[in-house]
Design a protein around this ligand. Structure first.
Ligand SMILES: *[C@@H]1O[C@H](CO)[C@@H](O)[C@H](O)[C@H]1NC(C)=O
Length: 278
């Protein structure tokens, strides 16, 4: 069923799998009336957006922790007004969510990579970045490492954000609700590009985003709960080593364009506790 199992352990009903993905097996196209397509025997997936509709897909599995890689090639040319969202989310009013969102732009203007973390229904933790490459020319890898202590967002292996477990400071951390992987391409020209000033140019439709090389080294949730084994699954206790930390600081210095933790206007009563460096 899956191409590879590595250091797998079955504890009760939770299975840790390292799966080289196949879009037919791992995902369902959930909306868009034929605008989402699986191609090349399951090796590629495309989403498309036109004036009538966007499209989206979701993983068949739910995961509680994982190291999840996906390659994306974003809508080329004039993508202003379009948003490609790629995220993990649980269900319900107090849901957890880990977001990558790519806000399109006019040809030649940079995409914005928007990130957020929701814990128990509360988000408001936006950080935005420019990218150091053109994300529409080739596939690039966007990764989420989610374990009990960290949510690390990486781009082509370079960490850009580390949302840590700060429960000790009273900040809820996503660690009890299993999440599915979701992605969608839709029209958000009321806000996405230059705050909504630049509208989608429908004469350029259909807009197409492509996905490949999905890989989940993750704990699949099934009828119950437990955890992957921290001894077998080294990513379960992985954080950033000193070198990775330095790389992340470098990216944040050079490419971060918005950080909720420095937006004093938004938090007149003081910054959220996770913003204060211990
Ligand atoms: C689009 O490009 C403009 C001009 O470079 C920039 O100000 C803006 O942040 C970019 N991104 C979005 C999503 O508007």
């Amino acid at each position: 069923m899956v191409a590879a199992f590595s250091s797998c352990l079955v504890i009760f009903s939770l299975v840790c799998v390292a799966a080289a993905g196949n879009f037919y097996q791992d995902f369902d196209i959930t909306w868009g009336d034929g605008r989402g397509k699986v191609l090349n025997g399951g090796q590629m997936l495309t989403l498309s957006l036109d004036r009538t509709s966007g499209s989206g897909f979701q993983s068949r599995n739910e995961y509680l922790f994982g190291k999840i890689d996906m390659q994306l090639k974003l809508v080329p040319g004039n993508s202003a007004g379009t948003v490609t969202a790629y995220y993990l989310s649980s269900q319900g009013p107090t849901h957890d969510e880990i977001d990558f969102e790519f806000l399109g732009n006019l040809s030649g203007d940079p995409y914005t990579l928007h990130t957020n973390v929701f814990s128990q229904g509360k988000g408001n933790r936006e950080q935005q970045f420019k990218l150091w490459f053109d994300p529409t020319k080739d596939f690039h890898t966007y990764s989420i490492l989610w374990n009990p202590q960290h949510i690390i967002f990486s781009v082509d292996g370079t960490p850009i954000r580390d949302f840590r477990n700060n429960e000790a400071k009273g900040v809820p951390f996503p660690k009890n609700q299993p999440m599915r992987i979701y992605s969608s391409l839709w029209n958000a020209d009321d806000w996405a590009t230059r705050g909504g000033l630049v509208k989608t140019d429908w004469s350029k439709a259909p807009f197409i985003a492509s996905y490949s090389n999905f890989n989940a080294d993750a704990c699949v949730w099934s009828r119950g709960s437990t955890t992957c084994s921290a001894t077998k699954d080294s990513w379960m206790s992985q954080g950033l080593d000193a070198a990775s930390q330095q790389r992340m600081i470098g990216v944040q210095k050079n490419y971060m364009i918005y950080n909720y933790c420095t937006d004093a206007k938004r938090f007149p009563q003081g910054f959220p506790p996770e913003c204060t460096i211990a």
